[in-house]
Design a protein around this ligand. Structure first.
Ligand code: 5GP
Length: 188
């Protein structure tokens, strides 16, 4: 997706330990026009796949997921990072946060992730795949089907992409970063 790649080249900032900051257009301030185009691209790439629900994890995945849900006319479910006392039929899993370097428990109500669901997971980044593996665990617990996973940015020098593709999961990443060393952003 050329528009996204150009924006990353222009406004992305690289940090130590392989972190790419895109705070000015995705993670802190968001550019809704760009995000809409990102969502259109996800909808185009997954048009051949049977999907009835978009799922994401709080918080950065919510914006793209909502726009994909709007374009595909499908409901959007957020996996939550805090466990509300009132959640019915809670499913939980543990995810390691790459950026915060800690484990946290995420949850989703089984009411909104059911056996007959075909789920498209949308998130901002694919790094080591921990969030995605947590999502796979929740999908398995619920008995739903994982139709595919879409990431705005995949960092190919970390392992997530390989782990997920080896599992046979359909992955679509709109921009793939091959290298961030020496503070140079190398986009495939
Ligand atoms: P993973 O679970 O694949 O290891 O990491 C993905 C999650 O960590 C994403 O949901 C994203 O929030 C965060 N993340 C991982 N790498 C980066 C990065 O380079 N930049 C930003 N802004 N977030 C990242």
């Amino acid at each position: 997706m050329e528009l996204l790649k150009r924006r990353i080249e222009q406004d992305g900032k690289c940090y130590p330990d392989g972190i790419l900051k895109v705070d000015s257009f995705i993670n802190h301030q968001m550019d809704p026009q760009l995000m809409y185009k990102i969502a259109e691209e996800f909808a185009r790439r997954f048009q051949d796949v049977k999907v009835n629900k978009i799922v994401t994890i709080e918080a950065s995945g919510i914006a793209p997921a909502i726009m994909v849900g709007y374009i595909m006319n499908l409901p959007v479910v957020f996996v939550k990072k805090k466990q509300p006392k009132t959640m019915e039929n809670m499913l939980t899993t543990t995810v390691h946060s790459f950026t915060k370097d800690r484990d946290y428990t995420v949850c989703i109500s089984n009411n909104f992730l059911q056996m007959d669901d075909h789920v498209l997971f949308i998130d901002d980044f694919l790094a080591y795949g921990n969030a995605a593996l947590g999502m796979i665990d929740l999908v398995e617990q619920s008995g739903a089907t994982l139709a595919g996973m879409g990431f705005i940015i995949e960092k190919a020098f970390q392992d997530g992409g390989n782990i997920l593709r080896e599992k046979g999961i359909r992955i679509e990443s709109l921009a793939i970063i091959d290298d961030l060393s020496n503070c140079k952003i190398v986009i495939r």
